[in-house]
Ligand binder design. Structure first.
Ligand code: NAP
Length: 323
């Protein structure tokens, strides 16, 4: 099968086209014939080496954390799906940049009327957006919410989910004026530039922060009493913060975290629950993923380079075997 992978960490230029044997689903797994693979910041980190050196067969890793496609085969013990079913799947161990990928059945979600294209970037991005809002930040109806990286794949989904779950005000930050204009389509009350939000907002119940560094520090000061800053990424690639704890006591603040990989290992039913709730919103039309670029699998490196530059908006898909 055609796949894209790497055998040494580096910038996305290390990715190359490969001809690999199709994987075989083991117990509790599903083989998916991939139609679309979502492009995610986590895959950039995988290639760069943030998660360690390649550990796959023959020293080659195939990135790709989310796909849509059709079930091609079932591993032993899987009876909840059938060959030919259209599905979206979250792949905790990667492998989505390929014509065939193996997914845990628990993270393989039947599509109920949603097209393979609309679902191609959903299984990681929507589950993360829902999980960080509901699981980590404990969003409640009536909350005010600030979302950093507001125009991106996860951020644009989080804005719509927050609104659907009853947030009364949803603000965003982005890196440029063009992105602010773009992000308005997701229902934000206001979208600020990332370097100029701190004196425009206050008393926030929830802040979603996948950026880190200075943005994270400035966000802490904006929390309402019992406000929650949910950390779930480090896109700015700035040094980690070292924070004293007493101000959390003295200012009634909370810092919380979300990591889907850790949850997949330690609380897989929670991941599935968040995913099914998010997919229900997608199916109902309450939320949508905005596909802004669709590139062939062989150009996966270019897609990751664009994400690394911080210039992308919405969701990029790799068209693997689109149908
Ligand atoms: N914890 C988890 O389980 C989990 C799961 C999925 C995703 N994530 C995180 O969620 C975030 C969003 O992921 P995504 O795939 O949807 O990506 P994305 O938001 O579509 O793209 C990343 C965005 O990060 C922002 N950014 C801020 N500083 C940056 C810098 N120095 N270089 C590049 N980008 C920078 C950029 O938006 P602006 O310039 O507009 O700010 C950029 O567009 C990532 O941080 C990712 O690691 C975490």
């Amino acid at each position: 099968m055609h796949a894209v992978g790497f055998d040494v960490n580096g910038d996305p230029g290390v990715l190359r086209s490969l001809d690999l044997p199709a994987p075989v689903p083991g117990a509790g797994q599903v083989l998916v014939r991939v139609a679309y693979a979502g492009v995610n910041y986590g895959e950039l980190q995988h290639v760069l080496g943030d998660f360690g050196p390649p550990r796959g067969p023959r020293g080659i890793d195939v990135p790709g954390l989310e796909v849509s496609g059709e079930v091609a085969a079932l591993g032993p013990g899987v009876s909840s799906l059938a060959v030919g079913d259209p599905v979206a799947a979250y792949l905790p161990d990667g492998g989505g940049y390929a014509e065939y990928a193996v997914a845990p059945a628990e993270f393989t979600y039947p599509l109920d009327g949603t097209s393979l294209r609309d679902a191609g970037g959903a299984a990681l991005a929507l589950t993360t957006a829902y999980g960080v809002l509901v699981g980590a930040a404990r969003l409640r109806a009536g909350d005010t919410v600030l979302i950093h990286a507001a125009a991106g794949g996860v951020g644009s989904a989080a804005a719509q989910i927050a609104r659907a779950l009853g947030a009364t005000a949803v603000y965003g930050t982005v890196g440029s004026a063009e992105k602010a204009d773009y992000a308005k389509r997701f229902g934000y009350d206001a979208v600020h530039l990332r370097d100029a939000f701190a004196d425009r907002l206050r008393d926030l119940d929830v802040v979603l922060d996948p950026v880190g560094g200075r943005t994270r520090l400035a966000s802490l000061a904006l929390l309402a009493p019992f406000g929650r800053l949910a950390v779930y990424g480090e896109a700015a690639r700035e040094p980690d913060l070292t924070l004293p704890v007493l101000p959390f006591w003295k200012s009634n603040r909370s810092l919380t975290g979300y990591n889907i990989g850790d949850l997949a290992r330690r609380a897989p039913r929670t991941v599935r629950g968040h995913a099914l709730s998010a997919f229900a919103l997608l199916t109902s039309g309450a939320i949508r993923l905005d596909v802004t670029a669709e590139v062939p699998l062989a150009r996966a490196g270019d897609a990751l380079s664009a994400l690394a530059s911080g210039q992308t908006v919405g969701k990029t898909l790799l068209a693997v075997t689109p149908h």
